[in-house]
Design a protein around this ligand. Structure first.
Ligand SMILES: NC(=O)c1ccc[n+]([C@@H]2O[C@H](COP(=O)([O-])OP(=O)(O)OC[C@H]3O[C@@H](n4cnc5c(N)ncnc54)[C@H](OP(=O)(O)O)[C@@H]3O)[C@@H](O)[C@H]2O)c1
Length: 247
């Protein structure tokens, strides 16, 4: 178990904040009493509806996580951040045997894996200077189980989960707690594009679940029904092998 982190009164930054799960996380954090939320987005104008809804405590910030220079610049501007949620991600989705498999794998690794590394390398020193804080990574049920039609996406989310485990150990040294979030199908553009709209559950489950899991000091969070089923099957391995060594 890690120490409890309460978002109330804290300054947060959420990547990919303009739509889908990112937007729901902004909403949950504001409702949970966050003092300020940087809505980190590729196109600043897309964060305007959030400012209209929540007022000046939402601060739009330009951030393409595929761009290392922008990650470092954002960390310079958002120097008061105490909790970073790396939510931005892409699903291009190819099966392992497909003409475009390498291109899609590379595109997904660029954002889902290298993007995670860019964000955490830029912001870890900021979190340390501000007392440790928390780092949250949007992984997936696809981090733990592959689906043939989206095999490249699953591989990128498995790699991101592996890095998140390493971050839990490394960032413990500076007092930063880490949360790995593993949703199943959630009602966003991504789920629609994957043909999963019919079984998708609300994005608010993810935002509210992150707030609760940070408060509980959890490392893994499984927000929706499909994810919870998988989480149940995985729990013993997670407790004894993934989390066991450091506790
Ligand atoms: N929906 C699901 O069923 C599901 C399930 C498990 C995990 N997840 C994960 O949850 C996260 C959010 O997914 P979602 O469903 O909300 O996806 P989404 O509806 O497709 O939205 C993706 C978000 O990521 C942003 N983004 C994409 N590339 C970016 C980049 N290079 N730099 C910064 N922002 C970038 C998009 O910004 P633009 O508007 O500028 O494109 C958008 O805000 C992802 O990491 C995804 O893998 C989703």
């Amino acid at each position: 178990m890690q120490k409890s982190f309460d978002v109330a009164g804290k300054t947060a930054l959420i990547t990919g904040a303009n739509r889908g799960i990112g937007k729901a996380i902004v909403t949950s954090f504001v409702e949970a009493g966050a003092a300020k939320v940087y809505a980190a987005v590729r196109t600043v104008a897309t964060a305007e509806p959030l400012v209209a809804a929540f007022g000046p405590k939402v601060v739009p910030l330009e951030l393409d996580i595929a761009n290392e220079r922008q990650c470092r610049a954002a960390a310079g501007i958002a120097s008061d951040v105490e909790v970073v949620v790396n939510n931005a991600g892409v699903l291009l989705g190819a099966a392992p045997i497909a003409a475009d498999v390498e291109k899609k794998l590379a595109g997904e690794f660029e954002v889902n894996v290298y993007g995670l590394l860019r964000v955490v390398n830029a912001f870890a020193p900021v979190l340390q200077r501000n007392g440790g804080g928390a780092f949250v990574q949007l992984n997936s049920v696809a981090s733990l189980r592959s689906f043939a039609d989206f095999a490249t996406y699953c591989a990128s989310k498995a790699a991101a989960y592996s890095l998140t485990q390493a971050l839990r150990s490394q960032l413990a040294g500076q007092g930063t707690v880490v949360l790995s979030v593993h949703p199943g199908p959630i009602a966003t553009d991504m789920a629609t594009s994957a043909g999963l709209a019919d079984i998708a559950e609300p994005a608010s489950l993810v935002g509210d679940g992150i707030v609760a899991s940070l408060r509980a000091g959890d490392f893994h969070h499984f927000p929706d029904s499909m994810a919870k089923e998988l989480g149940k099957a995985y729990a013993a391995f997670a407790a004894s092998v993934v989390e066991g060594e450091d506790d």
